[in-house]
Design a protein around this ligand. Structure first.
Ligand code: BDR
Ligand code: CA
Length: 307
C-alpha cells in the first residue's frame, strides 16, 4: 500500500475523503493533520480527532496552522459546512493528545520506508510550513495531491477567479507550486462535476453503521450548491486520485498562483499554451471517471462499518 498523510480542514467533504482513505487497502494512512479553513482550527483539529476515533484509526492526529500565512481577510465556509464543520453532526469528543502538525508531518515522512504521498484537501498553510521549516524532508515527498484551484470554465467558488482552499491562503499555495516537487492539482473544473448524492451510495446507506449515519446526516446538511445529481465531493476526488491515478485524466502544465491581484487573488493560472516559457510543474486534473468515482465511495465506505 501507498503511504499517505492527509492534510485537512474537516469539513464535510473532508470527512468523506478520510473515510474513503480509511476504507481503502491501496492506502497506508500514516496520519492526519488539521489546518484552519472551512472552520477554525479550534474545530478542525477536534473534528479530525473525533473522526479518527469513529473510524478506529490507530494513527497520530496533528494540529497545524491556525490561519493563513499572510492573508487576514478570509472567512470560514460556515454556509457550506455549518458552524461546527460537520453540518451539525456531533461526534463524541476525542481524548487524543494532538501533536504539533507540521513536525508530525515531517516525522512521518522521515520514518516511512517508502516515499509518502501528501493529500492536501484544505488550505495549504501546513504544506508551506513543511517546505519552509523542513525543506529536505519535503523533497522526499513522492507527490502532493491537492484539492484546490480550477481551470477553464470552473475557476472559482469563492470569488469569480478563486477556489476556497487557494483563496484562503494563496501565499502558501504559491510556495508549493514554486517548490519543484511533483504535484497533482484536482481543481473545481473536475470536482464540481463529481456530483454525489445518497442515491449513489445505496450500499453505504444500507450498511447503517456509525460512518453511514454520519454520511447520511452530512449529505443532508452540506450546502455545496446541491443539484438533482447530488453535491460536489471535492476532497474525495483528490483522495481517489491518490489511491488510483487512473480515475482522473491529467495534463502536464506550468501552474502559478496569483497572490497579489485585485480581482484574481487566489487564482490558479494554468499555462496551457506555454506562453510563460516555464517548465511544467503540475499534473492538472482535466476529468474524472464519475461512475467509477461514485462506485468507489459507495462500496468502500460501506465496508467501514463492517470492519
Ligand atoms: C474545497 O473547499 C472546502 O470547502 C472543501 O472542503 C474543499 O476542500 C472546495 O473548494
Ligand atoms: Ca477541505
Amino acid at each position: 500500500p501507498r503511504p499517505i498523510i492527509i492534510d485537512t480542514d474537516p469539513g464535510i467533504d473532508d470527512a468523506l475523503a478520510i473515510m474513503l482513505a480509511a476504507a481503502s487497502p491501496e492506502i497506508d494512512l500514516l496520519g492526519i493533520v488539521a489546518v484552519a479553513g472551512n472552520v477554525g482550527l479550534e474545530k478542525t483539529a477536534p473534528n479530525a480527532a473525533a473522526l479518527a476515533d469513529l473510524l478506529r484509526l490507530d494513527i497520530p492526529v496533528g494540529r497545524g496552522a491556525a490561519g493563513p500565512l499572510w492573508r487576514r481577510d478570509t472567512k470560514p465556509a460556515w454556509d457550506v459546512h455549518g458552524e461546527d464543520g460537520f453540518g451539525g453532526y456531533t461526534l463524541p469528543a476525542s481524548t487524543r493528545v494532538l501533536e504539533p502538525g507540521v513536525p508530525l508531518m515531517a516525522r512521518l515522512i522521515e520514518q516511512s520506508a517508502d516515499p509518502v504521498t501528501v493529500v492536501a484537501i484544505g488550505p495549504l498553510t501546513n504544506i508551506a510550513g513543511l517546505i519552509t521549516h523542513y525543506p529536505e524532508t519535503a523533497r522526499k515527498v513522492e507527490r502532493f495531491v491537492i484539492m484546490g484551484g480550477g481551470t477553464l470554465d470552473r475557476l472559482g467558488n469563492t470569488t469569480p477567479a478563486a477556489e476556497f482552499n487557494i483563496y484562503y491562503d494563496p501565499d502558501s499555495a504559491a510556495k508549493l507550486f514554486d517548490f519543484g516537487v511533483p504535484i497533482t492539482m484536482v481543481g473545481l473544473n473536475v470536482t464540481e462535476r463529481a456530483l454525489v448524492g445518497l442515491q449513489h451510495l445505496p450500499d453505504l446507506v444500507a450498511s447503517g453503521g456509525p460512518a453511514a449515519k454520519m454520511v447520511e446526516h452530512m449529505m443532508g446538511n452540506y450546502h455545496s450548491e446541491p443539484t438533482e445529481d447530488g453535491m460536489a465531493q471535492h476532497d474525495s476526488v483528490a483522495l481517489a486520485a491518490a489511491l488510483d491515478p487512473s480515475i482522473i485524466e491529467t495534463g502536464h502544465y506550468f501552474v502559478d498562483v496569483e497572490n497579489v491581484g485585485r480581482l484574481t487573488s487566489g487564482m490558479t493560472v494554468v499555462d496551457f499554451a506555454g506562453h510563460s516559457g516555464e517548465q511544467p510543474n503540475c499534473d492538472v486534473a482535466l476529468s474524472v471517471d464519475l461512475p467509477r468515482f461514485r462506485a468507489l465511495l459507495n462500496t468502500r465506505v460501506a465496508q467501514l462499518d463492517a470492519r
